[in-house]
Design a protein around this ligand. Structure first.
Ligand code: DGL
Length: 267
């Protein structure tokens, strides 16, 4: 599983809850976080190298636990690694459109996610009959990376971002960046109790389970899955945030970018 940073932990938490028998190698590309403002081709290159790293560590399936990397690279990854099953993130516009009463839905994501053809195709397939308003929350990923989940800074970023959406009658918010479910209590508090906030992680974990079953790759029941964290930034900080945010301990190892390859720095 990989993300630019700690956002993917929101997916890991749910995968671990639904599939405790599975072991997970979690890679956070914290040397390059945030991905959101970067060019698509660069994110594609990062995603390829990280996937190769995960496959070298015997991954049987890859969860792209990052909406930005999914938007920029999922198609390319499936072509580059045709034997590997991938689970990617797709903005949850479909369930939002099905439940919105006001018929106005807000999507919160990074700039790169909105640029990709994936988002255009999601709108085309699922947004019939609802108005979809896009919003980015610049700086919020950095606050979450720093472990600031409800201080004045994230509060003001979310407040400023949600105001125009709420003014336009949004009653359903789609979290289309995996960092954002880590601040759901704050988003819900600012949006108010009338607004439904859609966290895609349970659906992603179900899709992971389905794919593992279909391919006969599921771990035997009763097996106890292990979690290994790798970071191209500071693995100890990643591990301590993982323990604090999702309560999942594991080993933490540094990984280095060597040109366009990721290499673990084993002790
Ligand atoms: N967690 C990410 C996502 O789902 C990436 C955020 C970023 O690095 O900008 O989009």
């Amino acid at each position: 599983m990989f993300d630019s940073g700690v956002g993917g932990l929101s997916i890991l938490r749910e995968v671990h809850r639904q599939l405790p028998a599975e072991s997970v190698v979690f890679f956070a590309d914290q040397a390059h976080v945030p991905y959101g403002p970067r060019p698509m081709l660069q994110i594609q290159g990062f995603s390829r190298s990280i996937t190769a790293f995960l496959l070298e560590r015997s991954a049987k399936l890859v969860v792209v636990a990052c909406n930005t990397a999914s938007a920029a690279a999922l198609h390319d990854l499936r072509q580059t690694f045709p034997q590997t099953p991938f689970v990617g993130m797709e903005p949850a516009v479909k369930p939002a459109a099905a439940t919105s009463q006001t018929r106005v839905v807000g999507v919160l994501a990074t700039p790169a996610t909105f640029q990709g053809v994936l988002f255009a195709s999601v709108l085309e397939r699922f947004a019939g009959g609802v108005q979809v308003i896009e919003q980015t929350l610049p700086g919020l990923v950095e606050c979450i990376e720093a472990g600031d989940l409800d201080g004045p800074k994230p509060r003001s970023i979310i407040g400023r971002g949600l105001e125009p959406l709420l003014d336009r009658g949004v009653d359903t918010l789609v979290l289309a960046c995996t960092h954002y479910p880590l601040v759901i209590p704050l988003i819900q508090e600012i949006a108010g109790p009338e607004v439904s906030v859609i966290d895609p992680s349970p659906a992603i974990a179900r899709q992971t389970a389905r794919l593992l079953d279909e391919r006969g790759l599921a771990a035997p029941p009763g097996h106890e899955g292990r979690t290994e964290y790798f970071s191209s930034g500071d693995p100890d900080r990643l591990r301590s945030l993982a323990e604090r945010l999702i309560g999942l301990p594991g080993t933490a190892t540094p990984a280095d970018w060597q040109k366009d390859r990721v290499v673990a720095v084993e002790p």
